[in-house]
Design a binder for this molecule. Structure first.
Ligand SMILES: Nc1ncnc2c1ncn2[C@@H]1O[C@H](COP(=O)(O)OP(=O)(O)OP(=O)(O)O)[C@@H](O)[C@H]1O
Length: 637
């Protein structure tokens, strides 16, 4: 393990925009300072009657107009890149219900630009992998919800999930070295961004479905999305293992203010208790950092603090986002969130590069070395050379070895066909067969495909994908329309006010219900159609550029032939140099290539966006179905 270095937890204040009843406050961005102004007569409860101004300093302030992309760049980029370098990272959002924690961590579910930190982190991770091709990466994702001190695995592909209780329960275990293990929490390998995003959407859908009908469980639960990253430099025995936690904590409001009782009070106590224990951990760490003789940090008191032990006071680069509302009536909670953040800022973590030698790799490498050396010795001694030709079985074995070697893309792939010349010749023959088969196949595919991998019309892969997506979209649209119209009819017919009182309370709290979903669905469908149109245009543009390139290539060839002929006639060698006309043509090709590349990369981004929109539509469909079921169940009861 490398040396540890001290790193304070960065704290950022994010202010949720609202339209009415704004609190009075001033922001100084240069100093990262915010002053909340509390009118004397309005001060109640924990706010001191004597003070009017409450001042807090942060690492940075993300004001009401700060968009999701800037939030990601400011808060998350460094932590995500650090995780790829082998440093643990955590980003957690803390704040009262409705202050924008989920919006910050996961993002809004309706527009692509509203993507939160998790989907953006996934994009960054996979685009970075392409720049780090000297490393072999494997990335596993987990997603857990902690509700009433029980963990639930959100990455459960079972479509029958109807409530949180249907999800597998996660058990916390501690080994002899006091390391925490989570039994029953699945970890899924994702080879690319698309696979990782699918996992995220699966988790979010389970999170959403399990919090219906209308119990608002998500406000009262903690959600932890984790990427376990393993990286190994090609040809080295050292492995870097890091964890990136992206955490959406439960709402931090005080129970006394919410005026709840019964089951909800019990839940609120659990949640407040776990946040209380988080505060206890922070206070203990703060005292430790001030040199007070305190050795016990009470991590074990709650599941959330146990899981996030490394993130707070341990080996991790941690960032906290304090989400606050700027509403006048929320000022008390807002100030309390700021106070908590100030405490967190005092905590120091001990960060280190998580690097270790993997004994399995060393053993595998050494075994291979021994085998190679033995074969070399045999070869040098000239042993086994007087035997007859290789049998068919032996030749088949050499071919198998060659195939296994060629198709094993791992950096450890090595080849050893034994120590005699007969085997070596057979191996060369097998390599030659593979190589000539590859050349023939390439020639054949060039003839058939004519290099047209960007074709937007008639039978190309992209065209087929778009057609498939269109068909799926149409099918989804039909299903959604049936459900939405069913719900709307039902809404008109329902006279029992109770049912809608519950729905309205959900709406008031800022959540979308089935009726909203109907409108946003229409919006997203329209957007999707627009994106398909854009994709078609881009494809056509790229195709045109490709045709231009082909035409220019033909012209260059022609020009070269002409010049070669002239050289032949005049006994010169000017063909060895590029002439002005050819230079011009090359320049044009470069420009067309640029147009082609730009179009292609825009098309790739668009494809990503279209896939994202499909997932959003899919999620809205589940939401509508879940709401439909809950209303039907409610009526039946
Ligand atoms: N910065 C923002 N810009 C625009 N809308 C926002 C912003 N922050 C939050 N919202 C909206 O406010 C509402 C509440 O936000 P959100 O659900 O993220 O709060 P929360 O703190 O996660 O609440 P809970 O604790 O109940 O889960 C949502 O409709 C969300 O889209």
């Amino acid at each position: 393990m490398a040396d540890a270095f001290e790193s304070r937890i960065d704290i950022f204040l994010r202010m949720r925009p609202i339209e009415k009843n704004l609190a009075s406050y001033e922001v100084d961005h240069d100093d990262g300072r915010v002053n909340w102004v509390v009118p004397r007569q309005a001060a109640t409860g924990m706010v001191n009657h004597q003070r009017e101004r409450y001042s807090f300093t942060f690492t940075g302030i993300l004001d009401t107009d700060c968009k999701q992309d800037l939030v990601f760049e400011t808060v998350a980029r460094k932590v995500v890149l650090g995780a790829l370098d082998g440093f643990n990272g955590t980003i957690f959002a803390y704040g009262q219900t409705g202050s924008g924690k989920t919006y910050t961590i996961t993002g809004g579910t309706e527009r692509y630009v509203d993507r939160g930190i998790i989907p953006r982190a996934i994009s960054l991770i996979y685009s970075e992998l392409a720049n780090r091709s000297d490393n072999c990466f494997s990335i596993h994702f987990s997603y857990m919800e902690i509700y009433n001190e029980t963990g639930y695995d959100l990455l459960n592909p079972d479509h029958e999930t109807k409530s949180l209780e249907d999800l597998p329960k996660v058990v916390l275990l501690e080994d002899d070295d006091t390391r925490i293990h989570l039994r029953n929490l699945s970890a899924h390998l994702a080879m690319n961004e698309e696979e990782a995003l699918n996992l995220l959407f699966m988790g979010d859908t389970n999170r959403m479905i399990s919090s219906t009908p209308m119990n608002m469980a998500s406000s009262r639960s903690h959600c932890i999305f984790t990427a376990c990253i393993e990286a190994r430099k090609t040809g080295e025995d050292v492995v870097r293992k890091s964890k990136l936690h992206l955490v959406d904590l439960a709402g931090s409001e005080r129970v006394s203010k919410t005026g709840v009782d019964g089951q909800i009070l019990r839940e609120a106590k659990y949640i407040n208790l776990s946040l209380h224990f988080l505060e206890q951990v922070i206070i203990a760490l703060q005292e430790k950092s001030q040199g007070k003789s305190r050795t016990h940090i009470p991590y074990r008191n709650s599941m959330m603090t146990s899981v996030l032990r490394d993130s707070i006071g341990g080996n991790c680069r941690t960032v906290m986002i304090a989400n606050v509302s700027i509403a006048q009536e929320q000022l008390e909670e807002t100030i309390s969130t700021c106070r908590f953040a100030q405490r967190v800022a005092m905590v120091s973590n001990q960060v280190m590069l998580n690097e270790e030698v993997d004994p399995n790799i060393v053993i595998k490498r050494l075994k291979q070395e021994v085998k190679d050396l033995k074969a070399e010795v045999m070869f040098l001694r000239g042993e086994d050379v007087d035997r007859g030709p290789l049998t068919d079985g032996e030749i088949a074995m050499v071919k198998n070895q060659v195939n296994a070697y060629v198709y094993d893309l791992s950096p450890e792939a090595s080849f050893n066909c034994g120590g005699n010349m007969l085997h070596i010749r057979a191996a060369f023959q097998a390599f030659k067969e593979l190589a000539t088969a590859g050349v023939a196949a390439k020639r054949c595919s060039n003839l058939q495909g004519n290099g047209a991998h960007m074709e937007m019309s008639g039978g190309s892969p992209l065209h087929e994908t778009i057609q498939n997506l269109n068909r799926q979209l149409q099918q989804r649209e039909n299903e959604i329309n049936i459900l939405v119209s069913f719900i709307r009819k039902r809404e008109a017919g329902i006279t029992r006010a109770n049912a809608w009182t519950q729905v309205d309370s959900i709406q008031l709290s800022g959540r979308t219900d089935s009726r909203d979903s109907g409108f946003t669905l229409d919006e997203n469908k329209a957007l999707l159609r627009k994106k398909y149109g854009e994709a078609k245009l881009l494809g056509e543009g790229a195709n045109k550029a490709r045709e231009m390139i082909n035409g220019l290539k033909v012209k260059i060839e022609k020009r070269r032939v002409e010049r070669a002929m002239e050289d032949l006639v005049h006994g010169k060698t000017s063909i060895l140099h590029v002439d002005v006309e050819e230079e011009n043509l090359i320049l044009q090709i470069e420009n067309e290539k640029k147009t082609y590349k730009d179009g292609f990369s825009k098309l790739r981004d668009l494809k990503r966006e279209i896939e994202h929109l499909h997932l959003i539509l899919e999620q809205s469909r589940s939401k509508v179905q879940a709401s439909f079921l809950s209303i039907t169940l409610f009526e039946l009861n």
